[in-house]
Design a protein around this ligand. Sequence first.
Ligand code: NAP
Ligand code: MG
Length: 498
Amino acid sequence: MRFKLRDKLFIGGGWTPGRSGRTFEVVNPSTEEVLAAVPRGTPEDVDDAVRAAETAFGIWRRLQPEGRGRSLYGVARSLEARLEEFARLETLDTGKPLGHARGEISSCVRYFDYYAGVADKIHGETIPLGPDYLNYTVREPIGVTAHIVPWNAPLNMVCRSLAPALAAGNTAVIKPAEQTPLTALLFAEVFDALDFPAGVYNVVTGFGAEAGKALSEHPRIGSITFTGSVETGRAIIRASAEHVKPVVLELGGKSPQIVFADSDLDRAASEVVKGIYSNTGQYCDAGSRLLVEESISEPLVDKVVRHAREITLGQGIENPDMGPLVSAEHFDRVMGYVEAGQNEGANLIMGGRASEFEKGYFVSPTVFDGVSSEMSIAREEIFGPVLSVLPFSGEEEAAGIANDSNYGLAAGIFTSDIDRAMRFARDIQAGYVMVNEYFTGGPGSPFGGYKQSGIGRERGLMALQNYTQVKNVVIRVGRSSPGADAEHIERTADPGAN
Ligand code: NAP
Ligand code: MG
């Protein structure tokens, strides 16, 4: 299948090389081949994009909500019709297996379908103040929303926040990750072909410290949605402080998968393997800590290792079970943890560098056991195919280990005891808890982290809070007898509210 590579910025409905004319290369991590050179966006490009989005906001927000919904359905159908093309491009750019890329693009379609249906259902409330008042709220769009996204699921991370933002009447400027900008650019074709007002969807490719920073600091954006690392998340909060902009932060994790002796071990083992090795461990909610009840530690780890050994590695486009890591830099980082784990005294059962590949950033499914909570491989997000096994005895200890983390994104629990599952769901400090199946849920399920895993929630109806602001309007109903007014005001005015 052939597809066009888009290698210009998309601003105000047109393609542009950007003001500096400088570019940077995008690499296929499976082969180390250069796929394209895309513009290295500058603060001036970001300013152009924000202004275009601001102009478009004046039009887009005034459309009938139902019409906005129809436009979003249009996006879903176009993307669905071009699913294979987008999936292939995502695979080349990220290295992920083609089957996974298809799944992620299908999920993009679902985000647009979901929020298309929501566009005409974003309504306020009336609040009783007695018969002489009408007191109501409306939920208004915020304006230009900034979306700064990571490389692990590039278009999916765009669509997760873009679809609700557009449904609510906002416009958007996207800053894709420098490693993986291609599908966000190609996506602009969809908006272009559907006759969206120019400037509803803008993409500025470039580096975090330039384009990303300029976008997060721009005085005319209305909000920032950031998905990425904790460290950059802190920089985003600082940037947002200057102009007091709301932020949504979807950050990292060190999510536990907790397996009890009473669970179906075969099933638990295959879920654990899926939970850590999908996307080469590069999902924020990857289940990177396996907490296993001591009495079944040996048989469970055996099963996990057996499954992990069956995982095929290869170029994403050949649709293996697992592709490479996203970049040379990230490969070094992950290998640094494999070394650190050994130095800290953990036992490397399998994995490490996949030496059978001459090109590409391949790491084999890796398992460490004998891991304790203070080791870096138990505490820090590796964002690679590295599973750390920690034994526990008893529920209390399991919960203690699970919660002993700066992160709190997701948790998986495997047990056949419903009461135990309920107790864990109650006691675990994580924004997303899954019982007996990992990576379960969908566009309607709110997603986000406790502790340093983030601020706010994406997905579901909750995400609309990120892209709307509430206006309260209080209307005094005029009285027919003027004399009664003074007494009434005295009774109801609330100076404390100011
Ligand atoms: P990252 O380095 O924080 O980068 C994320 C985005 O921020 C990229 O577009 C990056 O641009 C940009 N950026 C970097 N510095 C910036 C700055 N000073 N100001 C504004 N923007 C800046 O994260 P990553 O390494 O790409 O992604 C991996 C992380 O994302 C992991 O921690 C993972 O857990 C997290 N993640 C979280 C979720 C979730 O939903 N919670 C989902 C996916 C990933 P450049 O590409 O040019 O650096
Ligand atoms: Mg790439």
